[in-house]
Design a protein around this ligand. Structure first.
Ligand code: ZN
Ligand code: ZN
Length: 382
């Protein structure tokens, strides 16, 4: 009898299969590589390629996004001002007409500066290097504009232009912040922070009354804050008797049934009872506190840059240089006081009172094309 034995060599089969798959894979990889070969391939190049879609979005939509942002800022600012008059004014008028008049004058001074600096920040060009002109101090060539780049100038990919003394591209202004509009940009932030602080300080008690205490004085029945303790009534002999049946102490009928004088409603109670005014107070609280934190931190960090005589871009560049050269000194740092005077344009007899506290359209000193530095100060330098 013949015994049939199946002699299937598992090991050989699987090794052959593995070799075949490996060969196929390496062939595919080689084909792909030969099709996409680039001699200049490096990590930076790969990152550039991967970031390409982001740049495309920025290039194509940043301008529209900027317009949407400006619209949103304008609408929100208008809403805050309208609510301040609609809700805040009657509340303060009831408390003190004199204080109200002061608040109206002070608030409108802040508002005037906010509108002026925001508008000027949007419409003032930050400044671009002139085409075809000789720039004696050109530090480098812009690869995108193919033209000389003065010191402190940087290319903005959103504006697709070189910007003198570029700080950053600001979507909230739909404009680059640079040489000619940096002061408007910074003072806008300062006045905006002052403005929301003003609204918070003037409205903090109203916000507490309306959002926390939530007392409508009976305008909305049974909406009053819970009383602490146990209800009592007094009997003929003057002894206090606890109220056990809650009908005896009905807040809806209690004062009127007994002909007691009902105190007049306060404005805070009327606001609490008004569905839209109460929502408006909540809206103000959220907007003003968020703007205070967001713009407050930005104002402080930009103020620190101004004190050091740096733009936002330079603060990043200089930070990197300082890591490798601890003795590096920013050549445009003339000391805190002078840096601020130069930034605010407080030269040639200009005063803080007239040119910072009130709207002023004076231009910065110089051209933005060449710069004085700590190494080359000349006599007429302010
Ligand atoms: Zn450029
Ligand atoms: Zn820009």
């Amino acid at each position: 009898m013949v015994v049939i034995t199946w002699n299937f060599r598992y090991r050989v089969f699987f090794r052959k299969l593995r070799d075949h798959i490996q060969w196929q894979f390496s062939q595919t990889l080689l084909t792909l590589r030969s099709l996409t070969y680039n001699e200049h391939m490096s990590q930076n190049y790969a990152i550039d390629i991967l970031l390409e879609p982001i740049f495309w979005i920025v290039d194509n939509f940043a301008k529209y996004l900027g317009k949407v942002f400006v619209f949103c800022v304008s609408v929100l600012t208008t809403a805050v001002v309208i609510i301040a008059y609609w809700v805040g004014l009657p509340y303060w008028w009831e408390r003190s007409p004199k204080t109200t008049i002061f608040l109206i004058i002070f608030g409108n001074w802040l508002l005037l500066n906010i509108i002026f600096h925001y508008y000027m920040g949007i419409v003032t060009s930050p400044g671009n290097p002139p085409h075809g002109a000789m720039i004696t101090e050109a530090a480098s060539i812009c690869k995108k504009c193919i033209s000389p780049k003065p010191p402190r100038t940087h290319h903005c990919s959103v504006c697709d232009k070189c910007i003198l003394n570029m700080d950053h591209h600001c979507p909230w202004l739909n404009n680059c912040v640079g040489y000619y509009n940096a002061r408007y940009f910074y003072l806008y932030m300062v006045y905006m922070v002052a403005g929301v602080t003003f609204v918070i300080v003037a409205g903090i008690d109203l916000g507490y009354q309306v959002l926390w205490v939530n007392d409508t004085g009976g305008i909305i029945p049974n909406n009053d804050p819970d009383l602490i303790g146990h209800p009592l009534r007094m009997n003929q002999s003057g002894i206090l008797v606890p109220v056990k049946v809650i009908d005896e102490y009905d807040s809806e009928h209690f004062p009127r049934e007994h002909d007691l004088t009902v105190p007049p409603f306060t404005e805070a109670q009327r606001i609490t009872a008004h569905p839209w005014k109460r929502k408006a107070v909540l809206f103000m609280a959220i907007i003003c506190v968020s703007v205070l934190f967001a713009l407050g931190t930005l104002t402080v960090s930009h103020g620190r840059n101004i004190s050091r005589g740096e733009t936002s871009i330079e603060s990043h560049i200089n930070m990197r240089i300082r890591k490798s050269q601890p003795n590096f000194k920013n050549p445009y740092d003339f000391g805190r006081k002078k840096n601020w005077r130069l930034f605010l344009g407080l030269i040639q007899g200009r005063t803080f009172l007239r040119h910072v506290l009130l709207p002023s359209s004076h231009k910065p000193a110089g051209t933005g094309l060449s710069w004085h530095s700590v190494h080359n100060t000349i006599e007429d330098w302010p």
